[in-house]
Ligand binder design. Structure first.
Ligand SMILES: [Fe+2]
Length: 388
């Protein structure tokens, strides 16, 4: 009997060991899968240059790791230094929305920013650390805050709440988010720096465009006027706000390429030689070359590049015709010609300034040849209603 007992005991031990081994292998497998997943994510994070996309991605991954329902990505606004919600998952309320400012005065986010440390709350109602602190709308039950830090500079916070199992968050979970939050912080900073440098490049270029206008007394204020007319046309056509802004900005920069053309040619009163004419027709090409490095301008470059195309296909630089010419470029063409006609331009109309009525007649003459007839009609309406 004793021998049988012993046999049972040994069999049991073997069984338990096998089970433990199986569990261990399973856990290990899970860990490896998780690591491979994180590795993939890391590559994706650094591939995107879209801040909203990146923020949403980070929240989704973190919620998956934490097994939680709600997450916020809050960033410090570099101009106002205020905390602002950048992305939200798992909330659908008026009180918590994108761009909402979060107070740092006597709040947990303020505490995290000061200490540059994560905060794990098991239950906010009983947490003695935060009894005298102002509670934010979403701070309920158990939640975590993780600072986003790059090179010792805090750029924002992650907040997670609403565990799926109604459990509390654990220290281990907080630690497992370490890699992700570090990666996210550097990727966000990278995008912010990139956006900043694009912004300053753009303002330099806008300054340059104004300087070109100022170079010639005849064209002073021309780009701003073209932008104004183009905006009126875009509004009348019922375009989206985004499109209106794009067309306005493109108009401001439409003659930027003239920066590469000498004063002698630009200010010449007599007729241009063939070579001079060829050079001046290069200005849309030069503008495209200057603006191409700015990624955020990729949508408006075609408007600038094609603003001298003719509706009948005889314009330059590509000889596009009809609807093949981008709408923004067709609008600028009308606004540009009108502005040129009502101001004194040496080589136009024998140095004569036309009245709005006369200029409109000229535009109508050019309908279907040089200009898109729909846009001329729209502009005619604007002028008639005295909106310019
Ligand atoms: Fe032009």
């Amino acid at each position: 009997m004793k021998a049988i007992d012993n046999l049972f005991k040994i069999a049991n031990t073997i069984n338990n060991t096998a089970k433990a081994f199986e569990d261990h292998t399973h856990n290990l497998k899970k860990k490896i899968e998780e690591l491979a997943f994180l590795n993939k994510i890391e590559r994706v994070i650094f591939l995107t240059s879209d801040l909203t996309l990146l923020s949403n991605l980070v929240l989704h991954i973190a919620l998956r790791i934490l097994k939680a329902k709600s997450g916020l990505l809050i960033l410090i606004n570099s101009d106002s230094h205020e905390l602002q919600i950048n992305s939200i998952i798992g909330y659908d309320s008026e009180e918590i929305k994108v761009k909402k400012t979060i107070s740092t005065k006597n709040t947990i986010p303020g505490w995290v920013i000061k200490k540059k440390e994560p905060v794990l709350v098991y239950n906010i109602d009983t947490d003695i650390r935060f009894q005298n602190i102002e509670r934010l709308e979403y701070e309920k039950g158990s939640f975590v805050y993780i600072p986003l830090i790059v090179k010792n500079e805090i750029i924002g916070l992650l907040w997670f709440g609403n565990k799926i199992s109604n459990n509390v968050f654990s220290v281990n979970e907080l630690i497992s988010l370490n890699v992700l939050s570090n990666e996210a912080a550097s990727a966000i900073k990278h995008i912010q720096l990139y956006t900043e440098s694009e912004k300053s490049y753009l303002s330099i270029i806008q300054g340059l465009a104004l300087a070109i206008d100022a170079r010639d007394p005849h064209t002073h204020g021309h780009s701003t006027q073209v932008a104004h007319f183009a905006k009126l046309i875009s509004i009348e056509l019922g375009l989206s706000q985004n499109k209106i802004d794009d067309i306005y900005n493109a108009s401001l920069l439409h003659d930027l390429g003239k920066v590469g053309i000498s004063d002698e040619i630009l200010k010449k009163k007599a007729n241009l030689s063939e070579e001079e004419d060829r050079l001046i027709k290069m200005h849309p090409v030069i503008a495209k070359q200057i603006l191409s490095p700015i990624k955020s301008l990729e949508d408006i470059i075609p408007y600038i590049y094609h603003h001298h195309e003719w509706y009948n296909g005889t314009g330059y630089p590509d000889g596009l015709s009809g609807e093949k010419i981008p709408l923004g470029a067709r609008i600028i063409a009308v606004a540009d010609s009108f502005s040129a006609m009502i101001s004194r331009r040496p080589r136009f109309h024998h140095n004569k300034t036309l009245s709005s009525k006369e200029a409109l007649m000229e535009l109508k003459k050019g309908k279907s040849m040089q200009f898109d007839p729909k846009i001329v009609k729209t502009f005619e309406q604007i002028v008639k209603e005295d909106k310019i």
